[in-house]
Write a protein that binds this ligand. Structure first.
Ligand code: FAD
Ligand code: NAG
Ligand code: NAG
Ligand code: NAG
Length: 551
């Protein structure tokens, strides 16, 4: 490609955040290039906990494998320190029965290397391949584009390529260049008192089964978690060692030291088969002051790092990417003004700030800094599921019925209200009157368009609302009329909506808190968030007036 023709989007970094950004943009019809400085794809289980809101995100992106291959969390078995004598068994995440509004209510485990491979396979269907051995070294930007200087390894040689792109997403991890070059701050702290060693290992230990996650040691000195995972082999485990009492500086450089440590902490016979990889670090708790500048954005670990306790890192990173990408797509298509992109920062900052507080509290419990028991150190409460994360405070949401109230970005999963900025609930058992088929809202919501749900007692009442909606670009909008099951309908309707659905089970009216007989419009954004809850045409125009520049 000639360097003078800018590509729409360049993504630096092919970890989970970069891959989700790429896939979301492709789903929106926006071509991307995605580069990674590594010569090979990284291995390792790393961040394996996928929380329900991320599973929903993968559903919207039509990546079913994450849910299919992911495994439910096993029970934790804790032992008397230095022995394999069981003390107690408890869940990390108590099982929650799914509901019509929350069809995915339990987290899953999937190794990060597997997740990344799944995401790459979807990019490949769009003929998009991660360009390995390609490091972003620097960039400059003006009002029209970003000029990115990338060094590509070709054998022993380094070749410089300048890539012109209209937008750059820096998903280049905690040590990435993008944040530094933008001059964003990364304030916070490094917990020098806590050492963390993690990796993948193959071993057979007497008394160490493959049914439980095993927790050895004690919180005040050092803790070891061994999580069996077949992704690493039939004798494979992910291990995590952490604590204030772990003082060796060479557990990863010296395999024998690590084995000695595992033997001491478990107090059992272990046959070590293979150490696959390991890494050692001290937790950092930091975030940017801003998620981007001009045409350049940061997402994932490039924007926030924290203790792995609570498993919010990868999950927050993929949410960042998803939340940013639909906005870039609309601006790139010339439908929204560039100012829409500043709301990426406005919406994400409070969420991430709250997340740092939550994960730090968990870290303090896990290393015995605050009074804790194993149960409450390892318990992953529903707040971490991210189902309550909301943008009620966002300047681009419109709610004519409920005042936003104080900012509580992580929210509660259910607080009995539905306010613009909340996660849009699912609803099954909706009968398509033209096709007779049963649908659910989560199979309608997609990242490439807004969904306008018109709740009305019958399609005739919805008609004038639909004609008001039809003035917007139909390629980035779907309208759906939802009538209560009690309504009497003609067998087929000639309404201008894409779909007319009968709420057979009452789940849509129930979940969206609409009374039968009432007329209400709910606009669901491409990221599955409620953008507007309004009573009529004016409210719809107010919402789209803020998101689109032209009508
Ligand atoms: C022990 C542990 C357990 C964890 N558990 C969980 C968990 O259960 N759940 C969870 O959500 N998170 C967890 N995490 C965190 C999670 O692993 C990270 O948050 C996640 O990998 C971040 O993804 P990312 O895409 O933002 O960045 P990364 O995965 O770091 O990817 C960045 C990529 O950018 C590339 N890159 C860097 N610089 C450049 C450059 N200049 N040019 C081109 N490419 C570049 C790198 O090679 C890398 O591939 C855990 C982490 C640890 C350490
Ligand atoms: C990627 O593929 C999907 C499905 O075939 C298509 O809708 C989309 O436009 C493609 N994206 C690009 C950028 O070509
Ligand atoms: C690191 O390993 C060496 C042996 O290779 C050992 O002598 C040394 O004590 C270890 N260092 C620490 C800090 O444990
Ligand atoms: C971004 O979009 C998702 C849609 O999946 C939404 O639920 C969420 O609230 C936003 N993410 C976060 C974690 O803020």
């Amino acid at each position: 490609m000639s360097p003078s023709t800018p590509i729409p989007v360049l993504i630096a970094g092919a970890g989970p955040a970069g891959l989700v950004a790429a896939l979301t943009l492709l789903r929106n019809g926006i071509p991307v290039r995605i580069i990674d400085k590594e010569d090979n794809f990284r291995i390792g289980q790393r961040g394996p906990g996928i929380f329900p809101r991320s599973l929903e995100l993968f559903h919207f992106l039509e990546v079913p494998e994450v849910d299919e291959i992911g495994k439910p969390f096993n029970l934790i078995q804790a032992y008397k320190p230095g022995t394999v004598e069981p003390l107690k068994t408890f869940p990390m995440c108590a099982y929650t029965e799914p509901t019509p509004a929350f069809p995915i209510y339990n987290p899953k485990m999937i190794g990060q290397q597997t997740l990344e491979a799944i995401l790459r396979s979807h990019l490949e269907k769009n003929s998009t391949y991660v360009e390995l051995g390609s490091e972003l070294r620097s960039f400059e930007q003006d009002g029209d584009m970003v000029r990115a200087h990338v060094v590509k390894k070709q054998g022993d040689k380094e070749v410089l390529e300048t890539i012109n792109a209209r937008w750059l997403i820096g998903a280049d991890g905690a040590r990435g260049i993008t944040r530094k070059q933008l001059g964003l701050t990364f304030l916070g702290e490094t917990r020098d008192d806590v050492l963390l060693v993690m990796g993948d290992i193959r071993l057979v230990g007497k008394g160490i089964d493959r049914m439980h996650y095993h927790n050895f040691g004690d919180l005040k000195t050092a803790t070891l978690v061994l999580r069996p995972t077949d992704e690493v082999g039939e004798d494979g485990f992910q291990f995590i060692l952490l604590g204030q009492g772990l003082n060796s500086g060479n557990l990863t450089t010296n395999k024998e030291e690590l084995y000695k440590c595992l033997l001491e902490m478990t107090g059992t016979e272990i046959e070590f088969k293979e150490l696959i990889w390991a890494s050692e670090f001290r937790p950092n708790i930091r975030m940017v002051n801003k998620f981007g500048e001009g045409r350049v954005f940061v997402a994932g670990d490039a924007a926030h790092v924290h203790s792995p306790a609570g498993g919010q890192g990868l999950n927050s990173g993929v949410q960042d990417a998803f939340n940013l990408s639909w906005k870039i797509a609309l601006v790139e298509k010339g439908i929204s003004p560039a100012s829409l992109l500043s709301t990426y920062n406005t919406e994400r900052l409070p969420v991430i700030a709250e997340m740092l507080g939550i994960t730090t509290e968990l870290l303090d419990r896990t290393v015995g800094r605050t009074e804790s028991t194993q149960e409450n150190a390892f318990e992953r409460g529903q707040r971490l599921y991210m189902l309550g994360v909301n943008y009620r405070f966002s300047p681009i949401v419109v709610d004519e019925f409920t005042p936003a109230g104080p900012v509580n970005a992580y929210g509660l999963v259910q607080d009995g209200r539905l306010v613009a900025g909340d996660r849009a609930p699912d609803a099954p058992d909706l009968v398509d009157i033209n096709q007779g088929k049963t649908k659910r809202l989560f199979d309608i919501f997609r990242p490439a368009y807004h969904t306008v749900l018109v709740f009305a007692p019958d399609p005739a009442i919805a008609a004038p609302l639909l004609s008001a909606v039809s003035q917007y670009d139909s390629s980035i909008l779907r309208s759906v009329v939802v009538v209560p099951s009690s309504s009497t309908l003609p067998t087929a309707t000639g309404t201008a909506s894409d779909l007319v659905l009968v709420d057979q089970g009452g789940h849509a009216y129930g979940g969206y808190l609409v009374k039968e007989g009432e007329t209400r419009i709910v606009v669901v954004r491409p990221d599955g968030v409620v953008g507007a809850i309004v009573g009529g045409v004016d409210g719809v125009h107010k919402y789209f007036g803020q998101v689109f520049s032209t009508i």
